[in-house]
Design a protein. Sequence first.
Length: 278
Amino acid sequence: MEFGITFGRLHPGFFLEAALEAERLGFESVWLPEHMVFTREMSRSPHPGEEHPPVPPETPVYDAFVYLAFLAGQTERVKLGTHVFNIGLRHPFTTARGVQTVDLVSNGRFIFGIGASWLEEEWVAAQLDFATRGRRVDEAIAVCKRLWTEPEVTHHGEFFSFDRVVFEPKPKSRPYPPILVGGESRAALRRAAKHCDGWIGMDHTFESGAAQIKTLRTLLEEAGRDPAAFEYCLGSPITSADDVKRWEEIGVTRMVFAPWRRSKEAIDGMRRFADTYF
């Protein structure tokens, strides 16, 4: 099992220092949260069973591709991921170009975590239909894959339509960077199993994590895919070597988490974790 550091619980002033230290300590990856915009009034939550947004509208947000390209220039080995990118809010031309650029400047270290989005008001502000976000996401994924792999692309779909587009250069990663779907809903799990290379879950208990992975394996088999060739990522506090062993037995391939309570404790928390488990 690999260990990735999420920046979702970290003040942006620590992002660079945390990325450098994560690489030095041997963490496999660092993950940047993403939104296009927040609104003053927000509803819903990405966490099942919760009704209120987990972040205030004043939360600092950066362009994920630009910031990860910056981190790519400061690091050499650590992988760089989005946790997660709201792919349905952008035209696939913009998304495909950002992914391609980060993957190239990082020499193939990019992991593309995507989501269908939980914040309806963000879609309203962008003048897009929140009710169609699932179909829009699926079509955007399909278009991006074609742009990254085909010499010329013509596409006429429900949301996007164009003729004879040429997209170069292709990504360093072949056929393209891994695409991982974030989300806990049945729709998110189906999307991951049908179209993508892995899944990113929220914080889980052993029981809830095992249940989601079992569902994913069933969906992968139904789609004619090998469950062993799939990435199962989630977050959870780790307090002992037994925790690590049990998550591995459940099938988790990457734990994406924050081993600290406050941003100013992040570096020391990462060091303590590395000293104990690496």
